[in-house]
Ligand binder design. Structure first.
Ligand code: 7QS
Ligand code: ZN
Length: 263
């Protein structure tokens, strides 16, 4: 299946030669969301995402994905509500994608993989004073996940796609002004799944409240192709490697419950 192929290819990547699961970790991410096992929680409030486009700063190729980084020194771009007890500040968003349209997302829904997945990473600014601190602490992070599916061209994403050639190589950075990530959210943000999990890259800390949107956004084949034109490698390396399949293999759900905000 596509899932087996994806897992096989992903496990060959140097990034993942290390410990795949945190020793003793019982709430790792990503996972498969088995819809019939999710539980509707009527107490879940609507998610409130408020982003100020002026807090956008730069795009950075960190050798694993490309990240759009935000000024998180004030509470101008935040998420709260939903399963969250506190207010969380946006620090960056990034994507995971495959070499083919058959896979690329980190989460799956009833084993269905999507060609890519967006992660909006927020940290708990009511309890902690820095992202680096919150990463290590209970209820430190809130990540909103959005699936990308093949379809019509996404006009809001195109501004980001046009800037990618400037960050083709690892460690390259480019100024990026005024970008409101609200345009990357699906029309329906009321329907989502939520569960307690972890970062999907080292340090894999189990400090993340996940909120995965049910409705995917549509992007075009050409837009995804530009994601795949990025490189894992820096300009001076002899052998260049395409930045594709930068997702983690799915982890056991164990005894965790995945709640839905909808019936
Ligand atoms: O949602 C996630 N995606 C990733 O690449 C992980 C990560 C790790 C460190 C910082 C931000 C995000 S956690
Ligand atoms: Zn991610």
């Amino acid at each position: 299946s596509a899932l087996e192929a994806a897992e096989c290819i992903m496990k060959m990547h140097p990034m993942w030669q290390g410990p795949l699961a945190v020793p003793g970790g019982d709430r790792q991410s990503p996972i498969d969301i088995a819809v019939r096992k999710t539980q509707w929680d009527r107490q879940l409030k609507p998610l409130e995402m408020r982003y100020d486009p002026r807090t956008c700063q730069q795009i950075w190729n960190n050798g694993y994905s490309f990240m759009v980084e935000y000024d998180d020194t004030t509470d101008r771009s935040t998420v709260k509500g939903g399963p969250l007890e506190d207010q969380y500040r946006l620090c960056q968003f990034h994507f995971h994608w495959g070499e083919s349209n058959a896979w690329g997302s980190e989460h799956s829904v009833d084993r269905r993989l999507f060609p890519a997945e967006l992660h909006l990473v927020h940290w708990n600014s009511d309890k902690y004073s820095l992202f680096e601190e919150a990463v290590m602490e209970e209820n430190g992070l809130g990540v909103v996940g959005v699936f990308l599916k093949l379809g019509k061209r996404h006009e809001g994403l195109q501004k980001l796609v046009d800037a990618l050639p400037a960050v083709r190589h690892k460690d390259s950075v480019v100024e990026f002004g005024r970008f409101d990530p609200t345009c990357l959210l699906p029309e329906n943000t009321e329907d989502y799944w939520t569960y307690y999990g972890s970062l999907t890259t080292p340090p894999l800390t189990e400090t993340v409240t996940w909120m995965v949107m049910k409705q995917p956004i549509e992007v075009s084949h050409d837009q995804l192709a530009v994601f795949r034109s990025l490189l894992f490698t820096s300009a001076e390396e002899e052998v260049q490697r395409s930045m594709v399949n930068n997702f983690r293999v799915q982890q056991p759900v164990g005894g965790r419950s995945v709640r839905s905000s909808f019936d």
